[in-house]
Ligand binder design. Sequence first.
Ligand code: AR6
Length: 170
Amino acid sequence: MDRIELIKGDITKLAVDAIVNAANNSLLGGGGVDGAIHRAAGPELKEYNRKYLKWCDTGDAKISPGFRLPAKYVIHTVGPVWRGGNNNEDELLASAYRRSLEVAVEHGDIKTIAFPNISTGVYGFPKERAADIAIKTVKEFLEQHPEIEKVIFVTFDDENYRIYKQKLGL
Ligand code: AR6
């Protein structure tokens, strides 16, 4: 548990090894946290993604440099669009968190990683339910992977901050 942190703020400001982006399948940018990350990283990010990453399936993750961000890398993942809860949304959200962490471990020199609240904005995933899945998936992964030193949950809106604070017992 001492390897999990909670903060409220803008993920683009964090000087961690990797920040996770709640992207869409094209990886070419969009609104919300994705838009903020692309603006802060500069146009090289979109160019890199177009050239080298091309596409990301829902529930999968891919890595790029951080370019002008203080973070060294961006791990782009795609959470599910909420369609009522019977369309594999829970599993796909868990997979987005798990694959992001797997990509970080496979990369080799990533020890600190910050997550936004994937799918809980434009994609409409209920926030309490998303937080339960995020926390459970991250905790299970950390138990198996001592090489990841710290995971930071970055909440942006008051509601997510309150939910995470309570669920993490902080
Ligand atoms: N730092 C941290 N969290 C943020 C920031 C920020 N700068 N800005 C917003 N959030 P969303 P999704 C929070 O909509 O639901 C994009 O158009 C926000 O409060 O960014 O996964 C993509 O291209 C919310 O809690 O992502 C996709 O098309 C969380 O980030 C689509 O949105 C996620 O909200 C993905 O939708």
